[in-house]
Design a protein around this ligand. Structure first.
Ligand code: FE2
Length: 487
């Protein structure tokens, strides 16, 4: 193994930090590494070719008053696979907010658990305002560039997908909607090369939807009027439609007027699903009503006859009251289960069904099946009472069968990406890749599974140079999609 420290970022966190989400599995890293030819237990398949990228909320500074686990600065971890060998990089995303706080030597903006009025600076980002755009929520690769994003809408930061150097903000040839930003969970359609996105805010029309083409031009951007401010987190798409949502959990308008942003669940209101042709206008949105819930993540959607089939995670209890602060993020408290909504384009009706009793979330698919018929999703199981992934499940949506793998006591994974094998001949012909945080061994590994044989455990374990903080959203980019991959 050839290891080099690229740099260390100066942190102002207390030496004896006792915050529950900055210690233990969430202990942040401040060293940036470059490591080649990583040590491997087992054998890395030669036809696993590309990069696994994972975003992480990894704080550099304490909060002004009260830290929330979504406030951390973005650190991207990259594990690359080429010719049966693996390499690793990790870098902070140099957002405007990150650089300003580095200059100031401490926090400047209010976090999610703090009032916007507590921010030290009058400016800021986020649907709520006066937050730091940490860009630490999600990561995708579009047009050969990695893009990181912020759940409350902000800039999209462009990163070299091999070096992780921050290359500035997405500009879309001067048409980036800088007034509102873009939400996390942009969607890349591998078949068209398009990037679909949405943003939301506290003023009318409350939601927008847009499309960026494969040459990085914004080619479509429309209003999607809602009855009031909402908190959408994710969207879905099919070959011909985009699917937006109006979940009945949102900031109370009367409280917003007082500067308080407290989400409230309204079980008396339906979940509304908005279907719009991918290049459709505001007047072409069709709304379907379904049983009330909050959906954090959709898995996929596709067209079948006159129906749109939409899969995602239904929350049995979107706002759990028990368990103390942050425990509401625990999958067992929210009771997140794989669920299917069928939207009938002829009748305007929605039929829905639970697909499994198992509690999972963060489902990933073969990316080539995004927006198209598919059969498998690979999802995370949660440590009871905690926002930690203790294993993964392969759901076969055709037969309902499941294959499970538990990481083991004290070992936590991240969102597990599906990497199609080079020359793959079937949807599940490939590998699953995840990064673990192992509290027993005080180390991290990147695990590689055969996507067809999850229960057998990893075929290879790749040792990373340092223990990585627990984190969630990740993506896979095939080497063939990355400029300079073979040079
Ligand atoms: Fe998310």
């Amino acid at each position: 193994m050839d290891v080099e420290i690229l740099g260390r970022v100066l942190s102002t966190l207390p030496a004896e930090d006792d915050h529950p989400y900055r210690t233990g599995p969430w202990r942040p890293q401040h060293t940036e590494w470059r490591a080649e030819d990583l040590a491997v237990v087992g054998e890395l398949p030669a036809d696993l070719d590309g990069v696994y990228l994972r975003n992480t909320e990894n704080p550099v500074h304490p909060a002004l008053e009260r830290y929330h686990p979504f406030d951390g600065d973005a650190m991207i971890h990259l594990v690359g696979f080429r010719d049966g060998k693996a390499f690793y990089r990790n870098r902070f995303v140099r957002t405007e907010g990150f650089l300003a706080e580095a200059e100031a030597g401490g926090p400047l903006w209010a976090g999610l658990a703090e009032k916007p009025s507590s921010a030290k600076r009058p400016d800021g980002w986020g649907a709520r305002g006066r937050m730091k755009d940490a860009s630490s929520t999600d990561v995708v690769v579009h047009a050969g560039v990695a893009l990181t994003s912020f759940y409350q809408c902000g800039d999209l930061y462009r990163l070299d997908p091999l070096t992780l150097d921050t290359m500035g903000r997405a500009d879309w040839h001067g048409r980036f909607p800088a007034d509102r930003g873009v939400s996390a969970h942009t969607k890349v359609d591998e078949h068209t090369g398009e990037l679909l996105f949405f943003n939301y805010g506290t003023d009318e029309p409350y939601l927008h939807y847009g499309v960026v083409d494969q040459r990085d031009h914004l080619v479509h951007y429309v209003d999607v009027p809602l009855p009031g401010p909402r908190l959408p987190h994710d969207m879905a798409f099919t070959e011909n439609y985009a699917i937006l949502n109006d979940c009945p959990m949102f900031w109370e308008p009367e409280l917003i007027a007082k500067g308080v942003y407290a989400p409230k669940y309204h079980p008396e209101l339906p979940l509304r699903l908005g279907v719009i042709p991918r290049r459709g206008g505001s007047d072409q949105v069709r709304w379907f009503e379904a049983a009330p819930t909050y959906v954090l993540h959709w898995v996929n959607a596709y067209e079948q006859g006159n129906e749109i089939v939409l899969d995602g995670f239904f929350q049995g209890d979107p706002m759990p009251t028990e368990g103390g602060p942050f425990r509401f993020l625990a999958l067992d408290r929210m009771r997140t289960r794989l669920h299917r909504w069928r939207l009938d384009l002829d009748t305007g009706r929605c039929r829905e069904e639970r697909l499994t009793d198992s509690i999972t979330e963060f489902g990933m698919i073969n990316p080539g099946h995004g927006g198209r018929p598919y059969r498998y999703t690979y999802a995370a199981t949660g440590k009871p009472g905690w926002f930690l992934f203790d294993g993964l499940v392969r759901h076969d949506l055709l037969t309902g069968s499941e294959q499970r793998y538990a990481f083991g006591e004290g070992v936590y994974g991240s969102e597990t990406a599906m990497a199609p094998r080079v020359g793959a001949t079937g949807e599940d012909d490939g590998y699953l890749v995840t990064i673990t945080t192992d509290m027993n061994q005080d180390r991290s590994e990147c695990l590689v599974f055969d996507a067809r044989r999850v229960a057998d455990g990893p075929v290879a374990r790749v040792r990373l140079p340092e223990r990585v903080s627990s984190g969630t959203h990740a993506t896979w980019a095939p080497g063939a999609s990355l400029p300079g991959w073979r040079s």
